[in-house]
Design a protein around this ligand. Structure first.
Ligand code: PEP
Ligand code: MN
Length: 346
């Protein structure tokens, strides 16, 4: 249920209502909006609860939440959410660009990439240290050594670090180094991992499973939100279809669809979504045209020597050209790509 507080409800009345929600055995999530505060009361609902809460001082109305996901829904929070993690801002009018290699491979590789993507305008650095590979014989990532190199690249450039966590056992370790915990497509329905990142204080980039529906994606996000972590970005990275000309099929309709259903920001991954470098720039621009709140792009100093996903990675020059193209598309739409320059005083 959503307990909608009156516009002039006091903090005391809000706190009192939270206590009453919890006394009914429900979990409460307080969402402070620009207009008014609402309390999402989650748990098994009984008819008499609605009446009991509705009679509370400062309460305007109590309504059922119709969507299967609750805290993620627009019904609970009509205003879009902006997720902030260090230099990265995504959502509610901020369009952030996350760029970097599929995997961290060496100091030289990650630090040079961080400088190059920053110079071209990226607001965060990506790089996998723990890699979920289809084959156990493929490169599995540099693990903690890779996390240390990401932290070094952040120190040198100021870019926030986005990196994947593949196991609940590693959440604490990865959270020590990362600004954003990426939950990969293969783990979208690893519910214990979702709970663990929900308990961490880091922002989360949740990638859509290759065969997951939108409702399944939103319910996966709900696991994270339900643990008290509100900083969730949804990532469309393409789904598996009968089509073979691209690695996955990138459905950009996910952007306006998700915007209608949830307040959480939507990031598009045209690298995994197409699987071919030459398709990435156009799909990045198309994602912006469809209203994406962020992009995540694979960039490598020498894609042909990459230990993973070289065939879909941009070179530094290709990334700079992609950013230029995206800026032009964004400008035509009256949208601004967020800058990584520190704000200067007027
Ligand atoms: C990645 O970002 O490198 C990755 C493994 O992505 P996904 O989980 O979308 O396959
Ligand atoms: Mn990859």
């Amino acid at each position: 249920m959503i307990v909608v507080m009156q516009k002039d409800a006091t903090l005391e009345q809000i706190n009192h209502t939270v206590k009453r929600v919890e006394a009914l055995g429900l979990k409460s999530h307080v969402i402070v909006g620009t207009e008014r505060t609402v309390i999402a009361a989650i748990g098994e609902k009984r008819e008499e609860m609605k009446e009991a809460l509705e009679s509370g001082v400062g309460v305007a109305e109590v309504m059922p939440i119709l969507a299967p996901y609750k805290v993620a829904s627009r019904e609970v929070k009509p205003e879009p959410t902006m997720v902030t993690a260090g230099s990265l801002r995504v959502g509610a009018g901020k369009l952030g660009v996350i760029a970097g290699p599929c995997s961290v491979e060496s100091e030289e590789q990650i630090v040079s990439t961080a400088h190059a993507v920053k110079a071209a305008g990226a607001t965060a650095l990506r790089g996998g240290a723990f890699k979920p590979r289809t084959s156990p014989y493929s490169f599995q990532g540099m693990k903690e050594e890779g996390l240390k190199l990401l932290a070094l690249a952040r120190e040198e450039t100021g870019l926030a670090v986005v990196t994947e966590v593949v196991s609940t056992d590693d959440v604490e370790l990865v959270a020590k180094y990362a600004d954003v915990l990426q939950v990969g497509a293969r783990n979208m329905q690893n519910y214990r991992l979702l709970e663990a990142v929900g308990k961490s204080h880091r922002a989360v980039l949740l990638k859509r499973g290759a065969s997951a529906t939108m409702d399944e994606l939103l319910l996966a996000a709900e696991y994270i939100l339900n643990e008290g972590n509100p900083n969730v970005m949804l990532c469309e990275r393409g789904i598996r279809t009968f089509e073979g000309h691209t690695r996955f099929t990138l459905p950009l309709a996910s952007i306006p669809y998700l915007h209608q259903k949830t307040h959480l920001p939507v990031v598009i991954d045209p690298s995994h979504g197409t699987g071919h470098t030459y398709l990435v720039p156009d799909m990045a621009a198309a994602a912006i045209a469809a209203g994406a709140d962020g992009l995540i792009l694979e960039v490598h100093p020498t894609p042909e020597t990459a230990l993973s996903d070289g065939y879909q990675s941009l070179t530094f020059d290709q990334f700079a050209a992609t950013m230029e193209k995206c800026r032009k598309h964004a400008a035509a739409l009256g949208v601004t790509i967020d800058s990584n320059e520190p704000a200067t005083a007027p």
